[in-house]
Ligand binder design. Structure first.
Ligand code: FA5
Length: 348
């Protein structure tokens, strides 16, 4: 075996290679597992000891030399490539960059963020509760009579009872009605909160609610409410009106015409419904409200003996967040808020 000849041949061939792919192939040919150098090492086993030693050493040197040829050539190829790149490719730093498509907040998120901020500056704290509720918190604790139509299958999404006992333990209250439903309003959080917090208190509760009803331009089967509750020693409907007017003024950044109508909710007495005037001059209901019914305080375990001079009183309200969005952005159909049509969403 003429090692010198092999070395020269390898050198010539390696020097002719012009790209890294080809280098790989040539490397295999000479230094691969079945390459020419490996064949030399294989052939050693048939030689006498002395010969084996001598040829073995030479082969090792040859292997190293060929490896160096490869390293050298690789460097050269890389250098030429970067030279070519430098001379042919130029970065024009004066060109304007490609604009990144930026995401933005959904109109409902914008409205919620805004509304929460305004109430927070008025001393309200944010509270939350589960979307999957029990009949007790959603209806019983709120003084809703057993035969109230809202409890009907037509208005409420009831759940089958076979849910994880673990989750059930988290949200239920043992000796009360544990029948599960998707909450139909954010009012249950009033009771949940008062069970664990003593008045005076002011909370605001944003959240998703569900109703088994047909949709139209003003109604969705799933929408957002913002519940408010203020409990103190002396709270009146005047406080409520002042706070709501202040909220609406800041939220719409203009005076919005509103009207209070007498309403009926089992959990407030007296109760009101509040309408706001739309751009087209028509009234739209935006919230229900009223003075907290003593039975709600009782359900939450609070003292309501006003006559003894240490009872609590308060007001509560539930605003339709979607309705606020319709008014603020002059949207004429609530369903647009949930269709994820980019042509609509990109306007916010
Ligand atoms: C309630 O849900 C009461 N929990 C509100 C309340 C809270 C009263 C605290 C008193 C004290 P109502 O069903 O009217 O009430 O809903 C309140 C608001 O949610 C409505 O004024 C309206 O703005 C909005 N809303 C009601 N139903 C829908 C619907 N299907 N789609 C969109 N918004 C709705």
């Amino acid at each position: 075996m003429d090692l010198q000849e092999l070395k020269n041949r390898a050198k010539q061939e390696i020097d002719k290679v012009v790209d890294l792919d080809e280098i790989e192939k040539t490397f295999k040919k000479y230094l691969g597992k079945k390459g020419e150098v490996a064949l030399i090492f294989d052939s050693l086993k048939d030689l006498a000891i002395e010969e084996k030693k001598a040829l073995g050493q030479e082969a090792n040197v040859l292997k190293q030399e060929i490896e160096e040829f490869f390293e050298q050539r690789k460097k050269e190829i890389k250098n030429t490539a970067s030279e070519i790149k430098q001379t042919t490719e130029r970065i024009d730093i004066t060109r304007p960059g490609t604009k990144m498509a930026r995401g933005h907040l959904h109109p409902l998120t914008l409205v919620l963020k805004d509304a929460l901020k305004i109430f927070q500056t008025m001393g309200f704290e944010i509270a939350q509760g589960p979307e999957l509720e029990t009949e007790w918190y959603n209806f019983d604790a709120l003084n809703v009579p057993k035969d109230h139509p809202a409890r009907d299958m037509q208005d409420t999404f009831w759940l089958r009872q076979n849910m994880s006992t673990n989750y059930k333990k988290q949200i239920t209250n043992n000796n009360k009605s544990n029948k599960l439903l998707m909450r139909t309003h954010t009012s249950p959080v009033q009771v949940r909160y008062m069970e664990t917090h003593q008045p005076p208190l002011r909370i605001i509760v944003p959240g998703r609610v569900f109703r088994n009803e047909a949709t139209d331009a003003k109604h969705e089967a799933q929408f957002y409410q913002l519940e408010g509750l203020m409990v103190d020693k002396e709270v009146s409907a005047c406080n409520f009106k002042a706070i709501i007017e202040e909220f609406l003024k800041r939220f719409f950044k203009a005076n919005v015409e509103i009207r209070l109508r007498p309403g009926f909710f089992p959990f407030t007495e007296p109760s009101f419904e509040i309408d706001a005037k739309r751009a087209d001059g028509k009234w739209m209901e935006i919230m229900g409200a009223g003075m907290t019914h003593p039975n709600v305080f009782k359900a939450a375990g609070l003292n309501v003996s006003v006559s003894a001079g240490h009872g609590w009183c308060g007001f509560a309200f539930g605003v339709g967040v979607d309705r606020l969005a319709l008014l603020k952005y002059k949207i004429n159909d609530i369903r647009l808020l949930y269709q994820n049509d980019m042509r609509f969403l990109e306007q916010f």
